[in-house]
Design a protein around this ligand. Structure first.
Ligand code: ZN
Length: 412
């Protein structure tokens, strides 16, 4: 079976190529903003909005007169930018529909103008793309040297498109490919994973993965750099310089966080047959200002996203346990429920006569989660019987592995 995925890696540009990339990113940004303004104006006048194809036709006519500078960039960059704009509106309308049905609570996300202040952005190219072990050849830009040799696949894949993007002065290329899915090979134990802030993850087999707290370690420095930016005069060169230094720090935090998440999720997906995690309400948890920063620093949502698509790659299964299950409050040996357990209690003490189990709170929760894998397969066979154990875990969603290929992933 074929699936689509992406490989993202850093490119090493010479001055000429860097100028070319900036020009392409600038054209994509300009066309996106132009298209947005055209759509808004047309909608206000006629109640109808032109689609990407209409806009591209209009743009081609303008290219012959006032936008002649656009001949310097590949025709793909503006074309794909208009396609992105159409997608942005499609997603906005989809969220509007969901909100009306009461299935969505977040922001609607009306498409916004792109600004250079938040990085130079990106552009997508299609057509003649060739990958070499240490370089990639793109239309108009020529052969760009890759910083990592041999990461991009050169054989056995169909190249669909290449997206070039900038972040804090570094340029990346993300190649979208269609490739054959290897036969799933994962045969391993069942494991429950309790995600937390004190420790990043506690596994039911007793493994504890410490939380590296990448943001917290740099917070003092980042706060100082933020102050340095705001103290410089608006529009000055020094302000720009300070903003750049700050962006570099954030880039570092992001890279480290991504590295940790990728390493942990790949290890789990490759070595465990069934992984049970709690279906945490991350958006809701972030509303708690005391916890928000610590939770965002762990990156729960990203962790879950990676685990789900990697499980489908390597043939393991992910079970999302309902967030309402008392996995922390329940004794993993006898099932006694401690209703008085608070977030501050790090040790679980069972008060059931004849049990008296004492163990780490997170480990207790992880073991409870691992048990769900067994009880959920029971409840699949004996549907509706409702034994005491099964009814207690009735909220388990099964199976929750997302089968659609993930195209947004960068490096595994
Ligand atoms: Zn007990």
């Amino acid at each position: 079976m074929n699936f689509t995925r992406a490989y993202k890696t850093e490119v090493d540009l010479n001055d000429k190529q860097a100028t070319g990339c900036k020009r392409h990113a600038g054209a994509a940004r300009f066309v996106y903003n132009w298209g947005l303004a055209r759509k808004q104006a047309a909608y206000a006048a006629t109640g109808k909005s032109p689609c990407a194809i209409d806009l591209h036709r209009e743009l081609n006519a303008l290219k012959q007169t006032e936008l002649s500078w656009m001949y310097e960039v590949s025709k793909c960059a503006p074309q794909e930018a208009l396609r992105n704009l159409d997608n942005a509106f499609a997603h906005f309308f989809r969220r509007c529909t969901l909100k009306r049905q009461g299935k969505f609570k977040g922001k609607l996300g009306y498409p916004q103008r792109k600004t250079k202040k938040q990085g130079l952005g990106s552009f997508r190219l299609t057509g003649a793309i060739v990958v070499f072990p240490a370089a990639i050849q793109l239309p108009r830009l020529g052969r760009l040297r890759l910083k990592e040799r041999g990461y991009l696949p050169t054989t056995g894949v169909k190249l669909l498109s290449a997206t070039v993007s900038e972040q804090a002065g570094h340029w990346y290329v993300s190649v979208q490919v269609e490739q054959e899915r290897e036969a799933p090979t994962t045969t391993g134990p069942i494991v429950g994973v309790d995600l937390g802030v004190k420790t990043l993850a506690t596994l039911s087999d007793g493994t504890v993965l410490p939380n590296p707290r990448h943001l917290k370690r740099r917070l003092k420095k980042i706060k100082r750099l933020h102050k340095a930016v705001t103290r410089k005069q608006h529009g000055s060169k020094n302000r720009k310089k300070a903003a750049r230094t700050l962006a570099k720090q954030y880039r570092r935090v992001g890279n480290q966080r991504a590295n940790t998440a990728h390493q942990v999720t790949t290890r789990l997906a490759k070595t465990k047959s069934v992984i049970v995690i709690e279906d945490l309400n991350v958006a809701g948890m972030l509303k708690n200002h005391h916890l928000a920063q610590a939770i965002a620093d762990v990156g729960f949502a990203e962790f879950r996203r990676q685990l789900l698509y990697k499980a489908s790659w390597y043939g393991s299964r992910v079970i999302l346990a309902s967030r309402w299950e008392p996995s922390s409050k329940t004794c993993s040996r006898c099932g006694w429920v401690d209703d008085d357990l608070t977030l501050g209690d790090r040790i679980f003490r069972c008060e059931h006569p004849g049990c008296g189990q004492v163990l780490d709170r997170d480990l207790n929760a992880a073991i409870n989660l691992a048990k769900l894998a067994g009880s959920s397969s029971d409840s699949q066979n004996a549907c509706g019987e409702g034994s005491a154990g099964a009814s207690r875990w009735a909220g388990v969603k099964l199976p929750s592995v997302k089968q659609e290929p993930n195209t947004r992933c960068a490096s595994a």
